[in-house]
Design a protein around this ligand. Sequence first.
Ligand code: FE2
Length: 234
Amino acid sequence: MKRRDFLSASVALGAGFALPRWGSAADSSGPYELAPLPYAHDALEPHIDARTMEIHHSRHHQAYVNGLNAAVAGTEWAEKTPDELVAMIRELPEEIRTAVRNHGGGHINHTLFWNTMSPQGGGEPSGELAKAIERDLGGFDDFATDFSNAAIRQFGSGWGWLCLHPAKKRLVVLGTANQNSPLMRGLVPLLGVDVWEHAYYLQYQNRRADYVKAFFNVIDWDAVAQNYAAAHQS
Ligand SMILES: [Fe+2]
């Protein structure tokens, strides 16, 4: 039986499942599978173009799923969720550690990415998340600046993140290289922007800053707030 793995990075830290926001998953060879996008390829235009979304999801994300499956299929590790595997990266045997870091990280990072964007996105958060951003990050404008800088200044490929430090119950903004997940640092990712060139080059070429600015127009703050609530309760 195939394992369904959903967006909540907090699952690995015991917060429980966030409800999936998409339907049945596509088939793949191994315990993990690529779920369909929760919206059409062109749904995020003009901010992210349809061709980029199609290639990004169906080829790049699928490749991470395939890579993770190849690494753990038939082993005891296939019983773990991708989130669990990534969070326990230092405990894994050397022969699968790199594959889990790259492909497992790629799988969970992209799953979060798709599920925190929406055609109805943009604007600013409200409620408890907005209060936490005010308290921990100096307000939305300061957060937006720090998050953008973390993404734009990430050298080479990587991600910009908004995370919760689960013990301190405080928000943090950071960047990570390649497909490294904040879970590897004990942080729970709530929102991430992919700044690999495959995420924006067709539309924006080398203008990463323009892409990151456009990303703010598709952020699904309700989804981010759900991630925050789940992580905060863990
Ligand atoms: Fe990507």
